[in-house]
Write a protein that binds this ligand. Structure first.
Ligand SMILES: [Zn+2]
Length: 152
């Protein structure tokens, strides 16, 4: 197994790219469509891109399951975006709109909003690492991420 590259799905065309770890921080571009592999903003997780982003990318992914009618979800959105800006490209941040994607929400057994899921993608699939419910301030969220992945 090649440990010097990371396999990442392009959020634009969903092609699988293999990025040298040393180049991860250099705004890597998709080899097929030329778009950036990271955008600095959370992506919408959909039935169309979930497999590529969660099961074919060797990357930790933080999932924010939310709904437009959920006040705490809306107030948490800027915290989630700020964490994304700090932690890309080591982590990817995706938002799961539970009303637009009810099947995904059901697969993740989302029962309260917002629900935050720490996911670890790997070359042969992926798995959930941790989850929590409820909005939190940025420092607490950063700490939760670090603790979830054993980095704290
Ligand atoms: Zn692409």
């Amino acid at each position: 197994m090649d440990t010097d590259t990371t396999q990442l799905a392009c959020p634009h065309c969903l092609s699988i790219n293999r990025v040298p770890d040393a180049r991860l921080g250099d705004d890597p571009k998709c080899g097929r469509c030329g778009h950036g592999l990271f955008t600095g903003m959370p992506l919408a997780l959909t039935a169309k891109n979930a497999e590529a982003l969660l099961l074919k990318s060797e990357q930790p992914v933080i999932i924010d399951a939310w709904a437009a009618w959920c006040g705490p979800c809306r107030s948490f959105a800027p915290v989630f975006a700020a964490a994304c800006q700090r932690l890309e490209p080591q982590f990817r941040f995706v938002k799961l709109d539970t009303e637009a994607e009810p099947q995904l929400a059901s697969q993740f057994r989302i029962q309260s909003l917002p629900t935050l899921i720490a996911w670890q993608g790997s070359r042969d699939g992926g798995h959930e690492v941790a989850r929590t419910s409820g909005a939190m301030p940025l420092p607490a969220f950063m700490q939760w991420i670090a603790t979830s992945y054993g980095l704290a």
